[in-house]
Design a protein around this ligand. Structure first.
Ligand code: HEC
Length: 123
């Protein structure tokens, strides 16, 4: 009887540990897939991104993604970081030095497509 109880307790503990590990793996997967560009390298996305860039960004960031007053988006030198996630934040929420927030104007997919296009400008 005693022995059985200890076994049951052990099994219960193991079950909790395994459930915890599974949710940890799932959470890591979800978080990393949220901050990764789903359109990376796709030709159709580059085209759409280029059109959106022309429409919304070019007047400030210049024809080749660079101009005098706004930061150069082609030199790989990023004030706010150069990861997909950093780009997404810069574009979606804006930045204090004069970068407007595009959340609500350009949808999530559109922002990712612009990022896909921006990657092709990087030297
Ligand atoms: C009104 C002018 C203006 C428009 C339009 C504009 N930007 Fe910006 N952008 C800026 C300025 C100014 C900064 C610098 C902000 C700072 O330093 O805090 C900036 C910063 C950025 C950064 C961060 C650069 C870094 O070094 O980390 C990215 C990325 C960016 N813009 C992308 C875009 C994209 C994509 C669009 C179009 C959807 C866009 N911008 C439209 C003015 C603009």
């Amino acid at each position: 009887m005693e022995g059985n109880n200890i076994f049951e307790e052990y099994r219960e503990k193991m079950k909790n540990i395994i459930l915890f590990l599974i949710s940890l793996v799932l959470m890591t997967f979800i978080i990393s897939s949220c901050s990764k560009n789903p359109y990376e390298g796709r030709e159709d996305a580059i085209k759409e991104g280029a059109a959106l860039y022309k429409q919304h960004c070019e007047k400030c960031h210049g024809l080749q993604g660079s101009c005098g007053v706004c930061p150069n988006l082609t030199d790989g030198d990023w004030k706010y970081g150069g990861s997909d996630r950093d780009f997404f934040k810069s574009i979606s929420n804006g930045r204090p030095g004069g970068m407007p927030a595009w959340k609500g104007i350009i949808n999530k997919d559109g922002i990712w497509k612009i990022i896909t296009y921006l990657r092709t400008l990087e030297k």
